[in-house]
Ligand binder design. Structure first.
Ligand code: BGC
Length: 887
């Protein structure tokens, strides 16, 4: 009977589902790209929704949005005849600080059929500086100086009545971790994240309603040094943002009777020294778990800015994956090593059973050398250690204010039981959006390595690497990888947040520093180059906003960044002489192939491309993107002028770097790739230039020789000019230098900084710069999604995959590719297969979008199933699932 009832209920559920998706339904509603977010600081937050239906060609004809605060309607959009379903801005009564708002969205499909109403909510942060009543406080403890012991701040308070709503607004100069009545507040780590603290400091908002009890409560907050004052970059660059950490905390209580109370950080708080003896970003953390706070002393109220405070707009860092020990290794020299089987970023969670006073030491490395010993040299001066003195009680120990890049951990002072150790991977909690799988396992491993490179280096800031004494927001690395990043994860908020600092740190002359947050200005490199922009690096200020717009349809990012983008273009124009960018420092095609790197494995000469040839191509790229941006934003005067500028830039390129026959002064892959990618070569000479590129690739026996700036465009250029055959050969090449060499020869689990970070003879490259977790060369992921999977967006009216193109290209003996992407409108997928001479393709197009599907050049008989009419090899369709075959 019970089973029968269950079955009936199940049937009813499916029937209901069917009835609902038969018409259009709303899958989820987002506020500023998040579901039910806490602490929105925007006065006009934007609403987006994803639609679903089991029918084809479903589009939105109209929407209505209602926003309420309690029972009061603060905005009713009415029925708006529009197909806009992403980023609709709030336009009601002025929002108030620290309020809960409820959102209800309804849509109508093209036939006028209404959806069921879908609900969501958000709370506002502080919308005015004056909302802050709290004081900045410092521990006042003499030992808490320059990355000394970590202080803990405490405040006991009484909640006089039952609480209806409790929200904590909190940040620090340093990194904080709060707990309420002994329970950790929230699940975010390394808060408040990393920004250019003295100009932009994020605060977080936590809902503590369930945690505050009537009567006595206790709020405790650890404040570690973090990026704020432990050494950062090189040259022992300490106290970059200040030498005194501080806390700002405001707890807003609303009682069930409607009265309110605020508990703020001020001189009434006390501080003591915690069990964290020291904590540094590069060196790691030392804890003495026997230490309990013995002295509580009054804190000091300090002066620090309130104007720089902004509620965090991106997803915080959270724990993402737990990884078990794969093997325990005993090295020849007697070391005990845990191997987690994957190069990750985060730390080890340690279940300790030991005696009081026992000292346990973890040293983190990415690689073992060829004798099986841990390889420390590439960490440079970073100690990357966790050292714990045990209390004697069974306890679970983790670091608080540091992180490591590692696959292997050397353990000292503890009898290893593998189950006592768990690898914790941390990263910004961006939603995973892309999936990519083919019939080639090496290619799948490459995709996995690209994703892990992103996970490990998207820790609130896009960093170059996560392990050595660097871990900086290198603009060039982020720029080359940004498009790939947007396939794997939703990076809309992540980049929008980072771009605030790009703007904040931009020099008055428009130059954009090499790293953001800019912590180089005090080092030799920074001082020399404080007002200098480098092609491909500083250009991130233009390229990344544009990529964010293209992939998410987020026009607001362009609006916010426009002045910064324009100022940077003007900087480049100023650095150029007669529109030729031939001055100043350039990284150019960083880390391209050099003959002496791995003893001339593929012979030929080093692939060094003239610095200014590269710069001139990026000058054109920047200008091209500014023309497009100005068009999107309707800045007519700007783009008319830049169109003429672009012509002059190309002419200057031709005069300076090209012979009349189209030969370039640098006979390198990168030179031809960039010149072709950015249309620097007159049309009549492009075929010959392509030929030279292919001859060059063949002369290196189908190996790439490109550096950071050439690599992202290598395969796209070959595809654009009809040489997918060569692109596939390069992609599947598995000897050095190539994408698959690290996987095939050395079992790599992440992307490396150099093509030969580990050389073919298993020795290492120069330890001064040899990271095993650097995402830049993973930029080929963009081509893999766009060409093998074939998923792309139209740029202008179709940005954000409102109009997509599905155009898979066959090659490389692949027999299937399954690719999907969760776009702002819903999931697109392209799933193709080659079986006994028959090609089949299944495509899913999200509701309220359309796609042009182009079948590959294969076979004669191209057919679309289920009554879809094709124009030779292509068709434009609305939403739905479609199938095609060729034989
Ligand atoms: C970083 C790079 C960066 C480069 C620029 C290196 O130290 O790790 O990835 O782009 O410097 O010079």
């Amino acid at each position: 009977m019970k089973i029968l009832l269950q079955n009936c209920l199940l049937l009813l559920f499916f029937m209901l589902q069917f009835a609902l998706v038969g018409q259009v339904s709303i899958q989820s509603v987002f506020v500023e790209n998040q579901i039910n977010p806490q602490g929105i600081a925007s006065v006009a937050p934007r609403f987006s929704w994803k639609l679903a239906s089991n029918q084809r060609n479903v589009a939105q004809q109209a929407y209505s949005i209602q926003v309420k605060s309690g029972s009061k309607i603060v905005w009713n959009s009415g029925k708006v005849m529009s197909n806009q379903s992403i980023f609709v801005p709030y336009a009601g009564l002025a929002l108030e600080s620290n309020r809960q708002y409820h959102v209800a969205v309804q849509v109508w499909d093209q036939a006028g059929k209404a959806s069921v109403v879908s609900k969501s909510s958000f709370s506002t942060a502080f919308l005015n500086v004056a909302d802050w009543k709290a004081k900045w406080i410092s521990s006042g403890i003499p030992a808490d100086k320059e990355a000394g012991p970590v202080p803990i701040f405490t405040k006991s308070f009484v909640a006089a009545k039952s609480v209806r709503q409790a929200r904590l607004f909190i940040t620090s100069r340093g990194l904080y971790e709060a707990s309420i009545n002994g329970k950790r507040v929230g699940d975010a780590y390394l808060t408040p994240g990393w920004t250019s603290y003295n100009k932009h400091l994020q605060y977080q908002v936590y809902d503590l309603t369930a945690d505050i009890k009537k009567g006595e409560n206790k709020l405790d907050v650890l404040v570690g040094s973090g990026w704020f004052r432990t050494r950062i970059a090189w040259e022992n660059n300490k106290n970059f943002y200040g030498n005194q950490t501080a806390l700002l905390s405001q707890l807003e209580l609303i009682y069930t009777d409607g009265s309110a109370e605020t508990i703020v950080s001020d001189g009434s708080w006390k501080a003591g020294l915690s069990s964290i003896v020291s904590s540094e970003i590069y060196d790691g953390e030392v804890q003495d778990l026997r230490n309990k706070v013995v002295h509580w002393t009054p804190v000091i109220e300090t002066k620090a800015s309130f104007d720089v405070l902004k509620a965090q707009i991106n997803e915080p860092i959270r724990k993402q994956e737990q990884i078990a020990v794969k093997r325990v290794l005993h090295t020849k020299s007697g070391k005990v090593i845990l191997d987690f089987g994957q190069n990750i970023v985060g730390w080890v969670k340690f279940k300790a059973h030991g005696h009081s006073g026992q000292q346990v030491k973890f040293s983190h490395v990415e690689m073992l050398d060829k004798t099986g010993e841990p390889y420390f040299a590439n960490l440079r001066s970073a100690k990357a250690q966790a050292i714990y003195t045990l209390s004697g009680n069974p306890e679970i120990i983790e670091p608080h204010f540091t992180f490591f890049g590692f696959r292997y951990v050397q353990v000292e002072g503890y009898e290893v039981v593998p189950a006592d150790f768990t690898g914790i991977a941390l990263h910004s909690d961006m939603a995973s959006t892309g999936s990519f799988e083919t019939s080639n396992p090496l290619l799948n491993q490459l995709q996995s390595n690209i994703r892990w490179g992103q996970k490990g280096n998207f820790l609130d800031v896009p960093t170059d690497c996560p392990q050595r004494d660097e871990r900086l927001g290198w603009t060039g690395d982020a720029e080359v990888f940004s498009r790939t990043a947007a396939f794997n994860f939703n990076v809309n908020q992540f980049f929008a947040k980072w771009l605030i600092d790009v703007q904040a740190d931009q020099a008055p002359n428009g130059a954009v520093p090499f790293v953001i947050p800019d912590v180089l200005t005090r080092t030799t490199m920074g001082k020399e180059n404080a007002q200098v922009g480098a092609a491909g690096w500083s250009d991130a200020s233009i390229i990344i906003p544009y990529n964010v717009y293209t992939t998410y349809g987020d026009r607001q990012v362009l609006v916010n960044q426009y002045e910064s983008m324009k100022a940077y273009l003007n900087y480049v124009r100023g650095a150029a002489k007669n529109d030729l960018w031939n001055t100043g420092f350039q990284f150019a095609d960083w880390l391209s192939y050099r003959v002496d790197d791995s003893k001339g494995m593929i012979g030929q000469k080093s692939a060094v491309t003239d610095n200014y040839l590269v710069a001139q191509c990026f000058f054109a790229y920047n200008t091209q993107l500014m023309i497009k941006t100005a068009r999107i934003l309707g800045k007519t005067d700007d783009y008319a002028e830049w169109e003429r500028l672009l012509e002059r830039i190309r002419l200057q390129f031709q005069k300076e770097f090209m012979t009349l026959n189209g030969r370039l002064i640098s006979e390198t892959q990168t030179a031809y790739i960039l010149a072709l990618q950015f249309d620097m070569i007159p049309e009549s000479l492009r075929a010959a230039a392509l030929e030279r590129l292919v001859i060059n690739i063949k002369s290196y026996k189908y190996h790439l020789t490109t550096g950071f700036l050439g690599t992202p465009f290598l395969n796209p250029v070959l595809t654009r000019f009809g040489r997918n055959d060569v692109a596939y050969k390069l992609l599947l090449q598995d000897t050095y230098p190539s994408w698959l060499y690290p996987i095939k020869a050395h079992g790599a689990t992440t992307i490396w900084e150099r093509w030969d970070s580990m050389k073919p003879d298993s020795t290492f490259q120069d330890p001064g710069m040899t990271s095993f977790n650097h995402y830049a060369y993973g930029a080929v992921g963009d081509w893999m999604y766009r060409t093998i999977g074939g998923i792309d967006t139209q740029e202008f009216d179709g940005a954000g995959y409102k109009e997509s193109v599905i155009k898979p290209e066959l090659g490389g003996a692949l027999t299937f590719a399954k690719t999907s992407l969760e776009t702002p409108y819903g999931k697109i997928s392209s799933d193709w297969r080659l079986d006994s001479g028959v090609f089949t393709l299944q495509v899913v197009v999200p509701v309220n979008t359309s796609a042009t599907i182009v079948l590959p050049d294969f076979g004669k008989n191209k057919r679309a199933m289920d009554g879809v009419e094709m124009m030779v090899d292509r068709v434009r369709v609305g939403s739905g699932t479609y199938q095609f075959t060729i034989n």
